[in-house]
Design a protein around this ligand. Sequence first.
Ligand code: NAD
Length: 331
Amino acid sequence: MDSWTEFYQGCRVLITGGLGFLGSNLAIRLVEMGADVTILDGLLEGMGGNWFNIQPIRDRVEVFVAPLSDEKTAEAASKNQDLIFNIAMQPSHLISMERPLYDIETNVVSQVRFLESLRRVNPRARVVYVGSRAQFGRVDRLPISEETPLNPRDVYAVSKQAVEWYHLQYQTICGLRVTSLRLGNTYGPRHQMHHAQYGVQNYLIRLAMEDQEIVVYGDGRQWRELIYIDDTVDALLRLGAMDRCVGEIYCIGAKERVRFVELVQAIIRTCGSGRYRHEPWPKDREAIEVGDVITDDTKLRTHTGWSPTVSLEEGLRRTVAFYQEHRGHYW
Ligand SMILES: NC(=O)c1ccc[n+]([C@@H]2O[C@H](COP(=O)([O-])OP(=O)(O)OC[C@H]3O[C@@H](n4cnc5c(N)ncnc54)[C@H](O)[C@@H]3O)[C@@H](O)[C@H]2O)c1
């Protein structure tokens, strides 16, 4: 299992959404490992695409700026790739409920167009799809595992599920070799800090750094698992390198579990500024709230040897240090 890192030396890798939070952190790690990295990103408005995210590797990656639905560009970017990390989707639950058709166009229709592009130029490509824990929605029984029934609570979650199914369908249609990771809340450097429409765990860090007040809805005692970006990247890399993961779906947990209000307290402690107060749940957020998040990720650990290594305290320390240094590039 340890030799999986060699897989990436000279490996041709495409990352869709590679100028965003997950994609850019993954790209930096891949370049360090000797991979030949291409990025396809539409720099869509309101999302986390940011040229500064790839500043450490800017001269060592090829970047195509176009939406996934631009078939000619998608074909040029996908041709001859050994592996594709398919990450580009609009990530906001709230926006998906306000503008369902926008979500379906940006996520489902664009993704199917992208899969069609692959079918034409790289039909047996190895693809790692980044799904979401949201596909499970609010569950009756914890912990969540790959066996937990699906119960998406918002349009975004339905789209994430649909696109996972389309990926699996293209295994049958053209022989695509797919793995899906149903990812939970990830935090760390390079996340957008302009708004709280998604990735709230990151936005709270900005509020605390600015010595603002953080609002905790309800009692804040719901369990959360916060995965530090390096642990998420490590899981994605293992899934992409290992043949036994083809055709499989995985859940992922974090090193520690915290109650939401404890997370807020930890952020304020790390920043040395900020404060919080409780408020009743607003209707729009309550409607899509999923309750406790507790994950059984035994399958991921057993199949890949992955385990999370970064504690919440350490992850927050690294994240705050990054934004203190590079704040001007994020807000
Ligand atoms: N960050 C998390 O905690 C988390 C958790 C679960 C799932 N995810 C999933 O991971 C993916 C990326 O999340 P992120 O946090 O990196 O977001 P992000 O906003 O930082 O990055 C998304 C990037 O994808 C690009 N993009 C989106 N739709 C596109 C399209 N149709 N065509 C071309 N480019 C497009 C955007 O321009 C942006 O650069 C999303 O699919 C999200 O649903 C993220």
